[in-house]
Design a protein around this ligand. Structure first.
Ligand SMILES: NC(=O)C1=CN([C@@H]2O[C@H](COP(=O)(O)OP(=O)(O)OC[C@H]3O[C@@H](n4cnc5c(N)ncnc54)[C@H](O)[C@@H]3O)[C@@H](O)[C@H]2O)C=CC1
Ligand SMILES: O=C(O)[C@@H]1CCC=N1
Length: 258
């Protein structure tokens, strides 16, 4: 199965990096297309086919992925519409805020398509990815979901939930990074070197995630196990809440979803 990635910037590039680690995908099965070869060189070096011609990429693929900024999706459709084979190919559109109706308006003779929103941890096969099938058969849906499941966890959902999913997971990874930065800076003020502080915070977060996964606990249950009455943890937690921690996170998520 040949997979084209049109647009290999932050998200498209991370996805190709993930694809290159999927056992069932050979580098020679991947076609990358970008206007600048600087972005495709690293994939060419490991055996992928690289081009600056979107038409060539789309014509050669069974699965055509488009990962350009949302306002460029229509331009890419215009470039590739003549070479698409609606009965043979699948289209994967990785662009925030594009609706099924918009795709059908821009590309009336479209192959079955999927709106797919991963996050940049797909490069490490650790993405939380949302997959919305449009006019696809169960087999086609299983194929695309299966591919993204190989690069993390893929959740099949409807278009109505896609914006919320994008916020929680795709934007959410940036929010998680901001927590890591904030906690690391706090650690430096408390006396650790920056790199040591960052490592401590990262291991602490990995531990938190694994604990919740292993036990199925609600985070607040786990917090109860840490907070000695009148002790250190509750003083820190309450100070964070006085500064609006929970509210800031929820407000940020809601602002992002708008
Ligand atoms: N960056 C992220 O974490 C996420 C991004 N997305 C979506 O992914 C899409 C791409 O975003 P980024 O990768 O962040 O942007 P980016 O700017 O890093 O990458 C876009 C790439 O498209 C290339 N490009 C521009 N015009 C092109 C054309 N006509 N044909 C082929 N390639 C073209 C650019 O040279 C660039 O390499 C957006 O629609 C965004 O909403 C979705 C989820 C997460
Ligand atoms: O910030 C953005 O618009 C894109 C979509 C989700 C993550 N990054």
């Amino acid at each position: 199965m040949k997979i084209a990635m049109i647009g290999v910037g932050a998200m498209g590039g991370a996805t190709v990096q993930g694809l290159l680690q999927v056992p069932s995908v050979c580098p020679s099965d991947i076609i990358v297309s970008n206007p600048t070869t600087a972005k495709t060189d690293r994939f060419k070096a490991v055996g992928a086919h690289a081009t600056t011609d979107n038409k060539e990429a789309a014509a050669k693929a069974d699965v055509v992925c488009i990962c350009v900024k949302p306002w460029l999706v229509e331009t890419v459709f215009d470039e590739i519409r003549d070479v698409l084979r609606p009965k043979e190919q699948l289209l994967v559109i990785m662009a925030a805020g594009i609706s099924p109706d918009q795709v059908k308006l821009w590309l009336p003779d479209t192959p079955p398509f999927f709106l797919v929103i991963p996050n940049i941890a797909i490069a490490q096969k650790q993405s939380m990815t949302f997959v919305v099938p449009v006019d696809a058969t169960p087999e086609q849906t299983a194929l695309v979901k299966g591919l993204f499941d190989e690069m993390g966890t893929a959740l099949l959902t409807d278009y109505q939930h896609l914006a919320a999913g994008t916020t929680l997971a795709s934007c959410g990874i940036a929010y998680a990074m901001r927590y890591i930065r904030a906690a690391s800076e706090g650690g430096v003020e408390l006396g650790f070197k920056a790199d040591v502080s960052k490592e401590i915070v990262m291991q602490t977060l990995e531990g938190a995630v694994q604990l919740l996964r292993a036990t199925g606990m609600h985070p607040e249950q786990a917090i109860d196990q840490v907070t000695t009455p009148g002790g250190l943890t509750i003083k820190g937690l309450n100070e964070m809440e006085h500064a609006g921690f929970t509210s800031a996170v929820i407000r940020g998520l809601k602002a992002s979803t708008k």
